[in-house]
Design a protein around this ligand. Structure first.
Ligand SMILES: *[C@@H]1O[C@H](CO)[C@@H](O)[C@H](O)[C@H]1NC(C)=O
Ligand SMILES: *[C@@H]1O[C@H](CO)[C@@H](O)[C@H](O)[C@H]1NC(C)=O
Ligand SMILES: *[C@@H]1O[C@H](CO)[C@@H](O)[C@H](O)[C@H]1NC(C)=O
Ligand SMILES: *[C@@H]1O[C@H](CO)[C@@H](O)[C@H](O)[C@H]1NC(C)=O
Ligand SMILES: *[C@@H]1O[C@H](CO)[C@@H](O)[C@H](O)[C@H]1NC(C)=O
Ligand SMILES: *[C@@H]1O[C@H](CO)[C@@H](O)[C@H](O)[C@H]1NC(C)=O
Ligand SMILES: *[C@@H]1O[C@H](CO)[C@@H](O)[C@H](O)[C@H]1NC(C)=O
Ligand SMILES: *[C@@H]1O[C@H](CO)[C@@H](O)[C@H](O)[C@H]1NC(C)=O
Ligand SMILES: *[C@@H]1O[C@H](CO)[C@@H](O)[C@H](O)[C@H]1NC(C)=O
Ligand SMILES: *[C@@H]1O[C@H](CO)[C@@H](O)[C@H](O)[C@H]1NC(C)=O
Ligand SMILES: *[C@@H]1O[C@H](CO)[C@@H](O)[C@H](O)[C@H]1NC(C)=O
Ligand SMILES: *[C@@H]1O[C@H](CO)[C@@H](O)[C@H](O)[C@H]1NC(C)=O
Length: 693
């Protein structure tokens, strides 16, 4: 092509462009008027919805100006409705058949509403529809069997109650689809003939109860970038065919029943950044190709039965930020080589069989924010803390169930300035609350329960600005509870939580009969708690506890606290659990506690309380056992209390049954029982403290 021809073509193009722009200017001067067919369709559609759609004004017949509506303003279908976007508009009701009248629709978005019922059979017949988003509603039923959406690119039906997808022919008619989200429905069996949807890049099938082996027909989808199959019931071994999905960036097959070993195909998945296969039944070693790949950012394989040593090649995996290998059978020492993964922000090796000491080189993990090594077999807590204090970004440290019978280091030079959560329970650690902790100004959560720490609590424990969860239960702390504890800023005023620490961590908690139980949660969902139970604290319950308006759980069970229960503790208006049992408290139960309207667990048993038991409010719901073993506590419902007189014959609660019997026998036995229980509970003859806790 010569230069003159080129410029001719150029001029021609310019003229055409000018013409188009001119036409647009003329048409653009007024809004397109709404086509009659579209107006009728919209009216029918709106009739089936509950509230009026804000911004739809039927007196103005130009529906193109309604909220959420786009009309074509340039092409040969000028004025036709092409977009209906009513996401998150609090719509309730059903989707009416008349919607199908919007023949030229390209975008339909009704997501994040409360639409229910089946969808009309013809809804899947829009010739030009490119985007269909019905996610997050209450829609039900099987999808229509005939689907004709030849232009569809983006289909999101997630989070509904749909069952049974999709005809064999779906991919023949909708072959250009790129994004398919069917997650969290009941599509169940009958998967899913997707092999001819070769343009697919995003496929979400998670949370559907799908079963069978890994769906091999997906291996033909060469453009697949994101594949989510988690939370189904897939089983059997993982196939080498996965290696064919060479464009995958994200693969999640967690929470299934896959077994066997991981196939060594990750060398072919050069773009894979995130791989999760947690909570399956995988066995064997980590494949060499998985731990040697430059693209990898996140690997989550927790809760499987993988074994062998951990041989992550950090020189190759320089970018890895998160590595979760917890709850597996890995053995050997904690691998020092991990310290070369300079980008590592989260490392979870908890509940493995790794042992030894924390490697010296871990001090180089400068990006590390979360480290969980709980329930491994590591030892030497002094060494561990000496090393880890060099990880300046460390915010969450979980070392529980290790270091059996060691001494808590008290070295004043230790410094953990970024720490928000320190979790070292169940270690039988000796010593006292370490002074170095006072420099961790960001601390929100401290769990040192089930150790053998002793001495008195220092008053700086009340100076943490963000602390809201303090568990020192089952140690040997003694002396008074420092009054400063009742000034904890975050429990008095609810200072905002530091957002970035809403992280998943695992806390081990003691449950009934001393059995241990893992609690998976994230820090921000923990209830504000002070648990000092099972220690040797003496002295009073400070009246200023009433200042802790944001406290939900106060457990002081089994100490040696004395004095009376201050009236002011009813100031803890958020309180849900209050356990003061097995102490040496005297006086009466303050009546004001009936105003604690969230209180659902209350226990003052085994103290030396007397007087009336408050009735009313939540107190009507507490079992008798909450009040057992006190000196002279009158039963609820019986007022006024007639101390020093023969106790009344009527028994509250469960023992009321006695009254159903023949009256004569009933009254006689009732009387005897009454006398018996009064003796037993120390009402008539006070007796020593027999603690059942
Ligand atoms: C025409 O449609 C386009 C895209 O839909 C939009 O950006 C533009 O503002 C519209 N013009 C008028 C005059 O409505
Ligand atoms: C509805 O449209 C009519 C006619 O265009 C107009 O007079 C009226 O004010 C509008 N009502 C509302 C609530 O916008
Ligand atoms: C649909 O609307 C919701 C709510 O406005 C929005 O979050 C979502 O991204 C939209 N879907 C599409 C495909 O644009
Ligand atoms: C996919 O396409 C092939 C070839 O066109 C055809 O033989 C096969 O039946 C199709 N599969 C499905 C599930 O439609
Ligand atoms: C993987 O791809 C190869 C060719 O690239 C092909 O021969 C093989 O059948 C594919 N495997 C599967 C399971 O689709
Ligand atoms: C571990 O995985 C199994 C399935 O293999 C699952 O049933 C169990 O709930 C998982 N446990 C945790 C704590 O995630
Ligand atoms: C440590 O955290 C700070 C603040 O979040 C961040 O700017 C810095 O890059 C982190 N250090 C490393 C080595 O990642
Ligand atoms: C600690 O690990 C052992 C085996 O490694 C396991 O049996 C035990 O249940 C774990 N304990 C907790 C509380 O996770
Ligand atoms: C921990 O390691 C240090 C340094 O190697 C050593 O001096 C100390 O005795 C060890 N402590 C325990 C309890 O093993
Ligand atoms: C306290 O911890 C010890 C082990 O340190 C345990 O044997 C005991 O049962 C625990 N007591 C209570 C009341 O939980
Ligand atoms: C409880 O504390 C009192 C002092 O307040 C003391 O006399 C008593 O011995 C303590 N009891 C126990 C069991 O420690
Ligand atoms: C209860 O406290 C009194 C002093 O107030 C003390 O004499 C008594 O020994 C304490 N009882 C127990 C069981 O500790």
């Amino acid at each position: 092509m010569g230069i003159p021809t080129m410029s001719l073509v150029f001029i021609l193009l310019a003229v055409i462009l000018l013409a188009v722009m001119l036409q647009q200017m003329i048409q653009g001067s007024q809004e397109p008027a709404c086509h009659m067919n579209d107006l009728t369709a919209l009216k029918g559609f709106a009739k089936c919805l509950e509230p009026d759609i804000g911004g739809w004004n039927w007196s103005s017949s130009n529906c193109c100006s309604f909220t959420g509506i786009t009309c074509d303003n340039s092409s040969d279908i000028y004025g036709r409705l092409v977009g209906l976007e009513l996401g998150n508009k609090r719509l309730t009701g059903t989707i009416c058949e008349s919607l199908v009248g919007l023949e030229q629709l390209r975008i339909l978005n009704l997501s994040l509403n409360s639409l229910h019922g089946k969808i009309p059979a013809n809804l899947f017949h829009f010739r030009n529809l490119e985007v269909l988003d019905l996610s997050n509603n209450y829609l039900v039923g099987p999808l229509p069997s005939a689907i004709h959406l030849p232009s569809i690119k983006y289909l999101d039906l997630s989070k509904n109650y749909f069952s049974s997808f999709i005809s064999m022919r779906f991919c023949t008619s909708s072959s250009h689809i790129q994004y398919l989200d069917l997650a969290h429905n009941f599509f169940g069996e009958g998967l899913i003939y997707l092999e001819n949807c070769t343009s697919l890049q995003y496929v979400f099938l998670n949370g559907n109860g799908l079963s069978g082996t890994f769906p091999e027909n997906l291996f033909r989808l060469q453009h697949l970038r994101v594949l989510h199959l988690q939370q189904n019931q897939f089983s059997g071994p993982l196939s080498y065919g996965i290696g064919n999905l060479s464009n995958l960036v994200e693969l999640d097959i967690s929470l299934n029943d896959f077994s066997g070993s991981l196939p060594d195909v990750f060398g072919r998945l050069r773009k894979l950044e995130s791989f999760s296969a947690s909570s399956n039944r995988l066995t064997g070693l980590l494949p060499a190709s998985l731990v040697n790949s430059a693209s990898r950012l996140r690997i989550d394989l927790h809760n499987n039965s993988l074994d062998g040593p951990i041989r992550i090649k950090c020189s190759a995996m320089a970018q890895v930020t998160s590595l979760d290998l917890a709850s597996n059978n890995f053995q050997g020492p904690v691998p020092a080589s991990l310290s070369s993964c300079q980008s590592l922000r989260a490392l979870n090796l908890a509940r493995t069989k790794l042992g030894g000491v924390v490697p010296f080189k871990f001090r180089n993990l400068h990006a590390l924010e979360i480290l969980t090594l709980g329930n491994t077999s590591i030892n030497n807590i002094s060494t561990a803390l000496e090393i880890l204090q060099h990880c300046k970004n460390l915010t969450i440290l979980d070392l529980g169930l290790n270091f059996y019978l060691e001494e808590m280091p008290s070295n004043v030079n230790l410094q953990f300035t970024s720490l928000t959560a320190l979790i070292i329970p169940f270690c039988h650690l000796r010593g006292s609350l370490p002074i170095w902790l006072s420099s961790s100004k960001m601390l929100q959560l401290l769990d040192l329960s089930w150790n053998s720490l002793g001495g008195s609590l220092p008053s700086w424990i009340g100076k943490f600005e963000y602390l809201f969860y303090l568990d020192l239960s089952n140690n040997s702390f003694s002396g008074e509870i420092p009054e400063s504890l009742t000034g904890l800023e975050n429990l008095v005023h609810k200072t905002a939580l530091l957002k970035e620490s809403c992280e998943h961590i695992s806390l081990v908690k003691r449950k009934e009969q001393g059995r241990l139980r893992l609690v998976y949660d994230n820090i921000c969902t923990f209830p504000p708690t002070i648990d000092l139970s099972h220690n040797k604290f003496t002295g009073p319950i400070w009246p200023s506890f009433g200042n802790l308006k944001n406290l939900h759980v106060l457990n002081l069970e089994e100490n040696n606290l004395s004095g009376s229960i201050p009236d002011s503790i009813s100031g803890m208006t958020s309180l849900e659990v209050l356990d003061l049992s097995c102490n040496n408290l005297s006086g009466e139960i303050p009546y004001s506690l009936v105003h604690l309207s969230f209180l659902s667990v209350f226990n003052v048993s085994y103290n030396r309380l007397y007087g009336d038991t408050p009735s009313g409010g939540q107190f009507m719901t507490f079992p008798d056992s909450s009040f057992d073993g006190n000196q002279a506590l009158c039963p609820r419902l019986v007022a006024p209390c007639q101390r020093k007189q023969i106790p009344p014959v009527v028994f509250p609660g469960k023992k009321m049954k006695i009254m159903d019997w023949n009256f004569g026998i009933g009254a006689a036995i009732g009387f005897l029982l009454t006398v018996f229980f009064c003796f037993k509970s120390g009402w008539v003859i006070p007796k020593g403290r027999v603690c059942r806790c």
